[in-house]
Design a protein around this ligand. Structure first.
Ligand code: NAD
Length: 482
């Protein structure tokens, strides 16, 4: 893996780590750790590129994004294959992920129009005086991204940062650097002016060098909550803007009014898709009152139909977990839940794949009888495990949903509009799905998140992204000769 700085691919000497295919545990690449000096060079290069890029008209800046969209689309299948190899997700999931990333390039290509919002002017605030608010870019922004969406999440940030006139440095997850490498091949083909879009590989030390660098104006982060908090505090201490999206613990609630035959496949996709390694996974599912028994039966049938395997095999539904440690952690959580009184109805712990005996596979698992006192209902699982619970009524269910420290997402399955409205008002989550199990906002809406799931005020995507990557100068003018 190489860094991309100043429009050139650069190899990095020194320490690094192997990138492995989680389905086979084979090493497929080496990723270097960029040290402080390497980070400094990348950031200074981005800072040098800023004045000229800022002077470039937004109309001209977005022409690069139109080109980037087509370059990414041309490479879509190559990126999907690499993504599936390094992460383990299915090819279908990988293709869908890249599409969602490209959607953000498309939204950011409309930045000239979006820049008008929040600007504005009031004429005649006093005699011969007018007042205007003008949006301006700030300088160099960094984005630090997680392993679970290696292609989409860098594209939550890159297009908006540069379209608004900033320059940009990406530090992708060291577990999955291949996708970023291919995305930057597209960036290279587009031929952005040197230094506008940069890439540094590395791990925690690389991140900390970015957080402390005097030329970084702001930091976008997505990852686990403890690291999100660290990023938020450290970057803020160094005077930077921060948007830090953290981990999650999401619940789905199914009422007796729900259309179960539609709800169940949707829930299965939410829980077991991406092998559960998704910040929007609803890993606790609550059946309200009479809904419980039918829901249970239908879920068990659907779980039975899931095929576990390499993401590269077209018939796979559930790929491997990212590492052996991740698998061990999930298995331990399941066993602790059983010790705390949950019943293991479907046990995927001993799953072994004949063709890939060294893969980090965990079979779909289903626990029943979970309560909010158990750790498994409070801690993010990030594995193919569904925890089934029951509630007497919707009020009970809402109380359970709000029992966690997180506030990323939640879904309600119902055909009752009044219940849906109540849910939306009372549930403490930034993204809410009604009969939608993976409530991932389109690129033209911000991606929500509350409580320990988000640190900051301006979220990723859409109008929030424009606000995050720009500041508003107020201009008050008076003309004596008027
Ligand atoms: P992670 O926090 O381990 O790593 C994320 C990034 O932070 C990586 O680039 C990593 O190199 C860096 N990092 C890790 N430890 C660090 C440290 N001590 N100091 C500085 N930098 C450090 O997260 P992950 O395991 O890659 O991703 C999974 C997590 O991301 C889950 O909790 C998931 O819910 C969350 N996530 C959240 C969203 C959201 O929108 N809220 C989206 C996707 C993933």
């Amino acid at each position: 893996m190489e860094n991309y700085v100043g429009g050139e691919w650069l190899s990095v000497e020194g320490d690094g780590q192997a990138v492995t295919n989680p389905a086979t545990n084979e090493s497929i690449a080496e990723v270097p750790y960029s040290d402080e000096a390497t980070v400094d060079e990348a950031v200074r290069t981005a800072a040098e590129a800023f004045p000229e890029w800022r002077r470039t008209s937004p109309v001209d800046r977005v022409q690069y994004l139109f080109d980037l969209k087509y370059e990414l689309e041309d490479r879509q299948e190559d990126i999907a294959q690499a993504l599936s190899r390094e992460h383990g997700k299915t090819l279908g999931e990988a293709r869908g992920e890249i599409r969602r990333g490209i959607e953000n390039v498309e939204v950011a290509a409309g930045i000239p129009n979006m820049l008008r919002e929040g600007s504005g002017n009031v004429e005649g605030i006093a005699t011969r005086m007018d007042e205007h608010a003008v949006r301006e870019p700030l300088g160099v922004f960094a984005a630090i991204t997680p392993f679970n969406f290696p292609a989409m999440i860098p594209l939550w940030f890159l297009p908006y940062a540069v379209a608004t006139g900033n320059t940009f440095v990406l530090k992708p997850s060291e577990k999955v650097p291949l996708s970023s490498q291919l995305i930057y091949e597209a960036v290279d083909a587009v031929d952005f002016p040197d230094g506008v879009v940069n890439l540094v590989n590395g791990s925690a030390d690389t991140v900390n060098a970015l957080l402390e660098h005097e030329e970084i104006e702001g930091v976008s982060f997505v990852g686990s909550s403890p690291v999100a908090r660290h990023i938020y505090e450290t970057a803020a201490e160094h005077g930077k803007r921060v948007q830090a999206q953290g981990g999650a613990k999401n619940y789905a609630v199914v009422t007796p009014d729900a259309v179960l035959d539609e709800a169940v496949p949707n829930i299965i996709g939410s829980v077991y898709g991406n092998a559960g390694q998704r910040c929007l996974a609803n890993d606790v599912v609550i059946g309200v009152d009479d809904a419980y028994e039918d829901l249970r039966e239908k879920l068990l049938d659907a779980v039975d139909d899931l095929t576990v395997g390499s993401g590269l095999d077209e018939d796979t539904d559930v790929g491997p977990l990212i590492t052996g440690e991740s698998k061990d952690r999930v298995v331990e959580m399941v066993e602790d839940a059983v010790d705390e009184g949950a019943e293991l109805v479907v046990d995927g712990r001993d799953f072994e794949h004949e063709e890939y005996p060294d893969g980090h596979f965990l079979g779909p698992t289903l626990l029943e009888g979970v309560t909010t006192e158990m750790d498994i209902t409070q801690t993010e699982i990030f594995g193919p495990v569904l925890c089934l619970a029951d509630a007497a009524d919707l009020d009970d269910a809402v109380e359970m949903v709000n029992s966690t420290q997180y506030g990323n997402a939640s879904s309600l399955y119902t055909e009752n509009g009044a219940e849906a409205r109540k849910y939306r008002h009372e549930v403490e989550a930034g993204n809410i799905g009604i009969n939608v199990g993976v409530c991932a906002p389109m690129g033209f809406f911000h991606f929500g998140g509350r409580k320990e799931s988000f640190f900051g005020d301006l979220h990723a995507q859409g109008e929030d992204a424009v606000n995050f990557y720009t500041d508003k100068t107020v201009l008050i003018e008076r003309w004596y000769s008027n």
